[in-house]
Design a protein around this ligand. Structure first.
Ligand SMILES: NC(=O)c1ccc[n+]([C@@H]2O[C@H](COP(=O)([O-])OP(=O)(O)OC[C@H]3O[C@@H](n4cnc5c(N)ncnc54)[C@H](O)[C@@H]3O)[C@@H](O)[C@H]2O)c1
Length: 348
């Protein structure tokens, strides 16, 4: 795969100039000395203008004009979910390196086309699954891989907050709650994060899913706001994944792995991001960086932008690539299928 061979700055354009573009991507990219922000695009021109005024570069209303520019090397796709695939595919075809937000696509067909287009055009495709870049998750994976809790038997993971109406630049009437643009609600916003985290953390496939994916809390919009899923991993370990937009007040962003020798808690203890309870009676407490959150402490460096830019700089394929995004999406698609058919679904 070819990227950039010159020593110059990497010229980036952002498509979608809403909350995540502002609070994460542009903020992180603008602090990166290897980056020049060249342009922002948004279907609402004022949003792109506001971003350009704050972070630099020009504003463009039609993203097609952004990807047509030859002074842009890489793009960040941070639009409503339904447009991730078409914009990413067009950008890759235009010769851009792409960091696409999650969920990467609305179907497996789209996800595969994104991956194939990246390969065909020799360009990197990275998906914004930042959870695995959190210090607490990195520490937990190190401990798990060292065998501290023995063989994984069961697990639970949860991502819950009050919903995106207080976060999205479009608020309660915005795309997050509109199936045509979001394709999925809490499962696509939060569940896909934990699907990716789990796949990476336990290092094996999720092979079977059964779920309830429901709209029970928000009387507006037409997407799910709560989901409870049963998952089976390839090794036989079983567990739950929950996603909720009605956890209020506060936020639940925790994962627990139960093994043959003990329990590994991540993000569930008030004082320590990572705690290990061994069946011998020994307890271990690890102070690491906190998990990225929109609650209380707000956004801090997610590591995503840096990982993308480093991949380009070093010409090393990003670890969180299209295939990783597709595997996480496959769990979500299986959950939706299970909820619809009321059957256990094998993950393809
Ligand atoms: N990785 C994470 O932790 C994380 C967190 C929040 C959001 N996201 C993802 O980022 C994406 C954007 O979310 P957000 O929170 O910024 O939403 P938002 O509503 O705040 O902003 C989205 C922006 O995209 C623009 N937009 C939508 N469709 C467009 C199109 N076709 N062309 C041009 N502009 C378009 C909207 O006008 C809006 O300004 C979503 O896919 C979301 O799932 C990821």
């Amino acid at each position: 795969m070819s990227t950039l061979s010159t020593g110059r700055k990497i010229r980036v354009g952002l498509i979608g100039s809403g909350s995540i573009a502002r609070h994460r991507h542009a903020t992180e990219l603008s602090k990166n000395e290897d980056v020049e922000i060249v342009a922002f695009a948004d279907r609402v021109p004022e949003r792109a203008e506001e971003c350009a005024a704050k972070f630099g570069g020009v504003s463009i209303s039609d993203w097609k004009n952004l990807i047509a520019r030859d002074d842009i090397d890489a793009v960040v796709v941070a639009t409503a979910n339904a447009y991730h695939a078409p914009i990413t595919i067009a950008a890759l075809k235009a010769g851009k390196l792409v960091l696409c937000e999650k969920p990467m696509a609305t179907s497996d067909v789209e996800a595969r086309e994104m991956i194939e287009t990246a390969v065909k055009n020799g360009k990197f495709l990275m998906i914004g699954h930042n959870q695995r870049l959190a210090q607490s998750h990195i520490k937990a994976k190190e401990l798990f891989d060292d065998g501290i809790i023995g063989k994984l038997l069961t697990f639970r993971t949860s991502f819950s907050h009050a919903g995106p109406e207080g976060w999205s630049i479009e608020g309660k009437d915005g795309w997050f709650f509109n199936r045509a643009e979001a394709f999925v609600g809490s499962m696509g916003d939060l569940g896909v994060h934990k699907a990716d985290l789990l796949l990476w953390l336990i290092g094996e496939d999720i092979v079977e899913v059964s779920s309830f994916v429901e709209q029970i809390a928000k009387p507006f919009g037409d997407v799910d706001d709560n989901a409870v899923c049963l998952l089976r991993a390839k090794s036989g370990a079983i567990g739950t994944l929950t996603a909720s937009w009605s956890h209020n007040p506060g936020e639940d962003n925790g994962t627990v792995l139960y093994g043959s020798k003990g329990i590994l808690h991540i993000g569930t203890d008030k004082n320590y991001p990572v705690v290990v309870n061994l069946s011998t009676g020994e307890n271990q407490y690890y102070e690491t960086g906190r998990i990225q959150t929109n609650d209380g402490g707000g956004q801090h460096d997610s590591g995503v932008s840096r990982a993308f830019i480093n991949a380009i700089k070093t010409n090393t394929p990003p670890e969180i690539d299209g295939e990783q995004g597709r595997r996480a999406l496959a769990v979500i698609l299986a959950a939706l299928e299970s909820a619809k058919t009321k059957r256990h679904i094998l993950v393809s």
